[in-house]
Design a protein around this ligand. Sequence first.
Ligand SMILES: CC(C)(COP(=O)(O)OP(=O)(O)OC[C@H]1O[C@@H](n2cnc3c(N)ncnc32)[C@H](O)[C@@H]1OP(=O)(O)O)[C@@H](O)C(=O)NCCC(=O)NCCS
Length: 144
Amino acid sequence: MHKIKKITTESPEYQSVLLLRDLVLRKPLGMNLFDENLEGDKEEIIFGIFNENEEALASVQFKILDNLSVKLRQMAVHPEHQKKGLGKSLVQFAEQQVKNLGYKKIEMHARKTAIPFYEKLGYKKEGEEFMEVGIPHYKMCKEL
Ligand SMILES: CC(C)(COP(=O)(O)OP(=O)(O)OC[C@H]1O[C@@H](n2cnc3c(N)ncnc32)[C@H](O)[C@@H]1OP(=O)(O)O)[C@@H](O)C(=O)NCCC(=O)NCCS
């Protein structure tokens, strides 16, 4: 059975989240997540979907911008588990939790390839295309 939950950088599952982020979001770009400064993760709100071995199948995290808004970052679903609804379930779960914490707005820098995924979840593009980690992105926002 898959479990969807909030974790912290102290949780045993955190290492599995890092491996997933590296596999899905960095290796395909020829980058290594572990070259980055990950200290900021301590201040972020992290969610994941885990299998029975506590391995991360999907993860996402939120950086607190101010009292009302958070930035969705590092959304990743394991390649063997994409397009099965895990990403959608995780974002919907995380949105509810973030809303319960009092935040009113989510923004993000979305990869162009993932825009239709976020549009289906109610996010709207804002402004022009820009480059980040060498690939095209758009700013997207959603009011909770
Ligand atoms: C993009 C990603 C997070 C989506 O997660 P997922 O679990 O594969 O998506 P889901 O199965 O929950 O899809 C939900 C809906 O979005 C659609 N969708 C998902 N990814 C899509 C894509 N890349 N292009 C178009 N539609 C997409 C699905 O078809 C589904 O539509 P439906 O509700 O009409 O059936 C995941 O594929 C992924 O990790 N991709 C690689 C890394 C990445 O791009 N991360 C986002 C960085 S901003």
